[in-house]
Design a binder for this molecule. Structure first.
Ligand SMILES: [Cu+2]
Length: 173
């Protein structure tokens, strides 16, 4: 077996993969403002919808370098966007809006199904897997100054749970 023969077919796919993952990374890139944008966003995604469905959840991981809070969000794909949490109400897990989501310095805060999420409401079209949804997060720092962070969240299929271990009966958002 010649080394050359073995090496060539391996190289090309590897390069193709690198290019593909680069463009995906670019598509999902988070554009942070120049100012004290001390918030990083990773793995943003939106749960896909079925045709008549007008609301769904967006999920991501947020880490702020300084104490801050997520105070609002907006998206061209939704008429109204709220920050929600899941809470037990009369022994039933329900979601409800919260005024803000604290982002303690250096701590990763995960928005995931069954927990905190960005609620997209009044969606104007069916969100299908692979579509990229722009979401603008407004973050307030401890001095009361706000800044926005642009997120591009990829739509995942309706059944996506995000976290591998998802407790049953936690609801869809
Ligand atoms: Cu919700």
């Amino acid at each position: 077996m010649s080394q050359n023969l073995a090496a060539r077919p391996v190289r090309r796919p590897a390069r193709a993969r690198a290019v593909a993952s680069l463009s995906l990374a670019a598509a999902l890139a988070v554009v942070a403002p120049l100012a004290a944008a001390q918030v990083t966003v990773s793995e943003p995604w939106v749960r896909g919808t079925v045709a008549p469905q007008k609301a769904t959840g967006a999920f991501m991981k947020l880490t702020s370098k300084t104490d801050a809070a997520l105070v609002s969000a907006a998206s061209p794909a939704a008429k109204q966007v709220e920050i929600h949490e899941m809470a037990m109400v009369d022994n039933v897990m329900r979601m409800r809006p919260i005024r803000e989501l604290a982002l303690p310095a250096g701590k990763e805060v995960e928005l995931r199904p069954g927990s905190y999420h960005v609620m997209l409401m009044g969606i104007d079209h069916q969100l299908k897997q692979g579509e990229v949804i722009p979401i603008t997060l407004t973050i307030r720092d401890r001095d009361g100054k706000t800044q926005t962070v642009e997120v591009k969240a990829e739509v995942r299929e309706l059944a996506a749970q995000g976290a591998p271990k998802q407790p049953a009966g936690m609801g869809r958002h």
